[in-house]
Design a binder for this molecule. Structure first.
Ligand SMILES: *[C@@H]1O[C@H](CO)[C@@H](O)[C@H](O)[C@H]1NC(C)=O
Ligand SMILES: *[C@@H]1O[C@H](CO)[C@@H](O)[C@H](O)[C@H]1NC(C)=O
Ligand SMILES: *[C@@H]1O[C@H](CO)[C@@H](O)[C@H](O)[C@H]1NC(C)=O
Ligand SMILES: *[C@@H]1O[C@H](CO)[C@@H](O)[C@H](O)[C@H]1NC(C)=O
Length: 429
């Protein structure tokens, strides 16, 4: 008895000790949302000739104004995130990072106050290595503590830590060290790790269990570009490896397929809807990288679609994936949602004309019953659908049809990890 008690106590103690290594900052229980400078504004530092678009405090203040005044903040887009090229080429006399004095004359603390005054949060960028990818001062292992403290003092709410100019050994040390250093500041700071992207994104080089313990989100794969080919390449990689990636995600820990490029130059309206729909399926962070000052009304309607945002932000936080790849070029994606709901995305890789795809919920393995269906982009409730009823959706080339489904009335099997409308047999409808 006594021995069992001791072992039980020890086991409890050990599990608590292990637990203390977990990232427990209470942040990002649903995928983070906001705006990130990189894809659209890159390392444009030519403020003399391109003052509206260069990386400067004016750009971030402009975008903060837009998030606060154009209805974004209320939808959850609250982060304003700086990427590379914000800093001075030199650390200060005490070895601390400092903002470029001509492009950020007020410094980061003043910008943080401006952003916080508008009910928003500020993200900043660092790089584990000798230099950032753009050649600015990096955070070597000996600088991790001072940089974490500097960001916390400045009032920063999120850090993206890139991985240029460091090797695998340094990354293995540095990413957990930064996590601990951010925690030690006492300021809750969301932590985005580029580590897996530098290690090929897959086990055994990448340990997703460890990443979930130390980072809130992580970049698995290469940078997005302003093109449909780039979006498709990312989708292909994430779906090919979905069995590895899907279990890694959950509240507080997200796979990050990179920014939304909707509103820029490379995607059609159909393709923009597809990016939004597939990022919702993937439970991806939603960081827009576009000029919110000149955004078209079509792009705005997609980015501000409440149903697709609600699906992305589902509190259960289960990442979805691809169910089916038809030889016709139609693919079906699915994600389980809380309260017995789910989402289906019908996506076309075709390049000819709208394709009429016929199936039934039963064929997609939905449990027998009647479902309420809402078309996310038509913004319309559809007729109720029985699992056995065949239906046809018309999917445009490189476009999607996205549905939100709930059982007409359902009670889910008790103790199930999540209500899975496809595989639960004891559903009362
Ligand atoms: C630091 O970690 C501890 C233990 O996991 C946690 O309780 C605390 O909230 C964390 N603090 C911050 C600021 O992240
Ligand atoms: C990684 O870089 C460190 C510091 O530059 C060096 O000491 C170490 O040998 C390198 N390790 C590998 C595996 O290249
Ligand atoms: C991955 O990291 C976890 C800590 O989260 C550790 O327990 C496990 O041993 C690691 N796995 C491998 C294969 O290194
Ligand atoms: C439905 O379930 C069957 C049997 O488990 C499986 O073979 C089939 O691939 C599933 N179909 C889909 C679309 O998930």
């Amino acid at each position: 008895m006594c021995i069992f008690f001791v072992w039980g106590f020890l086991a409890l103690f050990l599990s608590l000790a292990t637990f203390s290594f977990a990232l427990d900052n209470g942040l990002m229980r649903t995928p983070p949302m906001g705006w990130l400078a990189w894809e659209r504004f890159r390392c444009d530092i030519d403020c003399k000739n391109d003052p509206k678009n260069c990386i400067s405090e004016n750009l971030f203040r402009d975008m903060a104004d837009r998030l606060a005044e154009d209805g974004w903040k209320e939808l959850g887009y609250v982060y304003i995130n700086i990427d590379d090229c914000w800093s001075s080429m030199e650390r200060d006399s005490q070895g601390r990072l400092q903002a470029d004095p001509t492009r950020f004359p007020g410094g980061i603390p003043k910008l943080a106050r401006y952003i916080h005054d508008r009910g928003l949060k500020l993200g900043i960028y660092g790089d584990l290595g000798t230099h950032t990818c753009g050649g600015y001062p990096g955070t070597t292992l000996d600088k991790i503590k001072v940089d974490a403290e500097t960001f916390a003092e400045w009032g920063v709410d999120m850090l993206k830590l890139d991985g240029c100019y460091s090797n695998a050994t340094e990354q293995e040390k540095g990413y957990p060290l930064m996590s601990a250093a951010l925690n030690a500041t006492g300021r809750p700071i969301g932590y985005s790790c580029s580590w897996p992207a530098y290690q090929g994104g897959l086990p055994p080089n990448v340990n997703y269990s460890l990443l979930g313990d130390i980072c809130n989100l992580w970049r698995n794969y290469g940078d997005i570009e302003d093109s449909w080919a780039s979006v498709l390449g990312i989708v292909d990689w994430f779906m090919t490896h979905q069995d590895i990636l899907q279990p890694a995600a959950g509240p507080g820990k997200w796979n990050d397929p990179d920014m939304l490029v909707i509103g820029n130059f490379g995607l059609s309206v159909e393709q923009s809807r597809s990016q939004m729909a597939l990022w919702a399926i993937m439970a991806a962070p939603l960081f827009m990288s576009t000029d919110l000052r000149t955004l078209s009304s079509e792009a705005r309607a997609i980015l501000q679609n409440k149903a697709v945002i609600g699906i992305n932000q589902d509190p259960m936080g289960v990442q979805g994936g691809r169910l089916l790849k038809e030889s016709s070029g139609i693919e079906v994606f699915w994600r389980p949602l809380s309260d017995s709901a789910s989402t289906l995305v019908f996506f076309s890789r075709r390049t000819d004309m709208p394709y009429r795809y016929t199936t039934s919920l039963g064929k997609l393995n939905y449990t027998a019953g009647v479902y309420k269906v809402y078309d996310v982009f038509l913004q319309k409730t559809m007729p109720m659908l029985k699992d056995s009823t065949e239906f046809t959706v018309s999917v445009n080339p490189s476009g999607v049809v996205m549905w939100y489904l709930i059982p007409k009335a359902g009670v889910w099997e008790e103790g199930a990890r999540y209500p899975d409308p496809r595989h639960r047999s004891r559903v009362t409808l």
